[in-house]
Design a protein around this ligand. Structure first.
Ligand SMILES: [Zn+2]
Length: 133
């Protein structure tokens, strides 16, 4: 099994609705997003997946969030723009991009709000198979 990861950063503001404390007030983060892919097979030049392509997909998603107030975006009108929910948004978006490459599996997406705080979203490996039974 091979695993690769890439990271990109973006800056955005948010406010956590319903949170009792400072984080209910508008504030900003320099977010860091780390994406992990897994797979068994390498291509004919020894790559699991091209880092450049993975970064390209990630940047396309970041473009929607960068320098925005996340609460104002359609993605976060109903749900809070918590690191957890942001990680799931990236996961869902990347899953669509990677659907055409069945040799790799999107393992996890981690969103860092600071150097020491992060949230990770992943799905069980058999989630698709289970739901089709
Ligand atoms: Zn925050």
């Amino acid at each position: 099994m091979f695993e690769i990861s890439v990271e990109e950063t973006f800056a955005a503001g948010h406010a956590l609705r319903g949170y009792r404390g400072k984080c209910e007030n508008p504030h900003g983060h320099n977010y860091r997003v780390r994406v992990h892919l897994r797979g068994d097979g390498l291509d004919n030049i020894g790559l699991l997946y091209d880092f450049r392509d993975l970064k390209h997909h990630l940047r396309a998603l970041i473009e929607r969030f960068d320098h925005q107030f996340l609460n104002d975006l359609e993605d976060f009108r109903q749900i809070n723009p918590s690191a957890e929910n942001i990680a799931k948004r990236f996961y869902d978006g990347l899953k669509d991009h990677l659907a055409a490459t069945p040799s790799v599996r999107l393992e996890a997406v981690t969103v860092f709000e600071t150097d020491t705080t992060a949230a990770t979203y992943s799905e069980p490996a058999a989630a698709g198979a289970r739901s089709s039974r």
